[in-house]
Design a protein around this ligand. Sequence first.
Ligand SMILES: *[C@@H]1O[C@H](CO)[C@@H](O)[C@H](O)[C@H]1NC(C)=O
Ligand SMILES: *[C@@H]1O[C@H](CO)[C@@H](O)[C@H](O)[C@H]1NC(C)=O
Length: 215
Amino acid sequence: MLLSLWRALRLQCIILCTIFLYKALGASNSSSQPPSNLPPAVPSVFAVEANILIDAPINVVWNVLLDFPKYPDWNPFVRSQIVTDTFYIPTQDQQVAENLRLIITSQIPPLTPPVTASSQGNILNEHITRENITHFEPDIYRVAWQDLSLDLLIQAERWSALSVFVDQNGEAMTFYESREEYNGVLAESVQDLEGVGLLEGFQAQATALKARAEA
Ligand SMILES: *[C@@H]1O[C@H](CO)[C@@H](O)[C@H](O)[C@H]1NC(C)=O
Ligand SMILES: *[C@@H]1O[C@H](CO)[C@@H](O)[C@H](O)[C@H]1NC(C)=O
């Protein structure tokens, strides 16, 4: 039973990875796509990804991205993201560091932007997860956190990365990318139930991050 499940997952992974690689190669072939600063994709049942070019200095975007207490003011997807210690007690300074935890409240699908702190979420679309900050690499503008909520059934790690990209007019832009890879026996169900809403969420967050950083 487990073996056949594993085989099915592997087969699906191979198919999806092939599609993903094909698309990735196609995208990197086009001259307008900036080079990626995300780590190489790992094999996954499915992945959700969004990226956007932002006309703001990289440090401005980085500060907006890591200023979790302000997320309710602008983020239509992640309505709240609280840094805690390993006992899920919120930290005083809310600074990001590896091995701290996050309590993330998201709306899947996202709210209709623009949002403010008082925008009402739909309780039926609210998802609360407990995550671990697995990577914090400020010198290369990368951060990742991993869902601990249903650890044995689903593994999901979300990476976010920034890089400087000089466009064809010689103007320096910030390239924001975020990708979450899903594995585990529940991954396929998550894809069926929430795949579209998650993708909308990632895209809505990218668009709202751009608006916030450029303002
Ligand atoms: C990739 O780029 C090359 C040269 O610019 C072009 O000939 C080729 O058709 C492109 N391939 C795809 C899949 O876009
Ligand atoms: C959380 O992430 C840190 C840093 O990567 C790692 O050392 C630690 O084992 C992780 N903790 C859990 C519970 O996954």
